[in-house]
Design a binder for this molecule. Structure first.
Ligand code: FES
Ligand code: FES
Length: 152
């Protein structure tokens, strides 16, 4: 069946009618065109689809659009763009923490959420904060350094 939902995404209000089984990742990518959110595993394992829902990170492949009725969602598109990057985005570039880039939106949102709650995390806390995000390319050292540089 269909359900009516009201969500705020990156500060914009949407009233939508969606299939009851539509996943949040598909709502964002297919219905709202926010393709910065990536789908990797589709099973909650990789973190590529990470978004922030009401101040907490979530895997948007595991959440139904119907479940976010009344919520506020932040995707990577809210952080920066080619003209003005978010400090985390700039730091990822400066530190060589982006290779294929597939994990990067999710990594940056997890890092942002971590810093929002804990502006000066230890290395351990950064590792824990990013533990749900898998990167096949970088070996994590540069990613951790990129987050550390912004935290200081
Ligand atoms: Fe959602 Fe991998 S695509 S966790
Ligand atoms: Fe390729 Fe992280 S940069 S998966």
């Amino acid at each position: 069946g269909l359900v009516d939902i009201k969500v705020k995404v990156n500060g914009e209000e949407y009233k939508l009618q969606v299939a009851a089984n539509l996943r949040l990742v598909d709502l964002l990518r297919d219905k709202l065109g926010l393709i910065g959110t990536k789908e990797g595993c589709g099973e909650g394992e990789c973190g590529a689809c990470t978004v922030i829902i009401d101040g907490e990170t979530a895997n948007s492949c595991l959440v139904l659009a119907a479940q976010v009725d009344g919520s506020e969602i932040t995707t990577i598109e809210a952080l920066g763009n080619e003209d003005k990057l978010h400090p985390l985005q700039q730091s990822f570039i400066d530190n060589g923490a982006v290779q294929c880039g597939f994990c990067t939106p999710g990594m940056i949102l997890s890092a942002k959420n971590l810093l929002d709650h804990n502006p000066q995390p230890s290395e351990e806390e950064i590792k824990r904060g990013l533990s749900g995000n898998i990167c096949r390319c970088t070996g994590y050292t540069k990613i951790i350094k990129a987050v550390q540089d912004v935290a200081q």
